[in-house]
Write a protein that binds this ligand. Sequence first.
Ligand SMILES: CC(C)(COP(=O)(O)OP(=O)(O)OC[C@H]1O[C@@H](n2cnc3c(N)ncnc32)[C@H](O)[C@@H]1OP(=O)(O)O)[C@@H](O)C(=O)NCCC(=O)NCCS
Length: 169
Amino acid sequence: MRLSQTSATTNSETVTLRSPRISDGAAMHRLAEATGVLDANTLYAYVLWCHDFAATSVVAEVDGEFAGFVTGYRKPDDPSILMVWQVAVDERFRGRGIGARMLHGLLDAVADSGCRALHTTISPDNDASQRLFASVAQRRGLSLSRRPLFAAADLGGAHEPEDLYVLAP
Ligand SMILES: CC(C)(COP(=O)(O)OP(=O)(O)OC[C@H]1O[C@@H](n2cnc3c(N)ncnc32)[C@H](O)[C@@H]1OP(=O)(O)O)[C@@H](O)C(=O)NCCC(=O)NCCS
């Protein structure tokens, strides 16, 4: 089931969450590149993601302007787990709770079909991302654990390692 579109207005600013459309792929690709910290994939990868994984992904808009996205999928070997691949918020809109709202919206949407745990990978130097997921875990009463997943050598040597974060009931 796709995330139902929701809008909330605070301080005369309207934040809308919705499932991605194919036409969002280009903005997702641009934002991934602009973060400077995400591994930006090809434009084709984002367009394909919008086509095939819209039900487990979300886009945020602020007053109609593209502001962020989360890409995720249900693990093929355990569909009760939502694997979050990338989260990005345009730097103009950071620190306003948009990253957390996207993750809560997505977790609420997939919970109906029995998906209650979240996995993601985060590099040790990404404090903002670690704080984001810790905040989501705390707010939802989920436990949070971390273990090494991909070593720097697995990722070509010039990349930070990636730890697996597990948020579970
Ligand atoms: C990580 C990112 C998505 C956070 O988005 P955001 O909308 O600014 O985050 P939110 O405003 O929802 O903040 C959620 C929580 O994280 C904390 N947080 C967010 N950015 C932070 C930062 N730079 N430093 C410390 N804490 C931070 C907030 O204080 C909040 O915690 P709280 O609920 O306990 O108060 C955003 O910084 C980003 O796009 N970074 C570049 C891409 C990236 O690193 N993505 C994650 C790896 S996949």
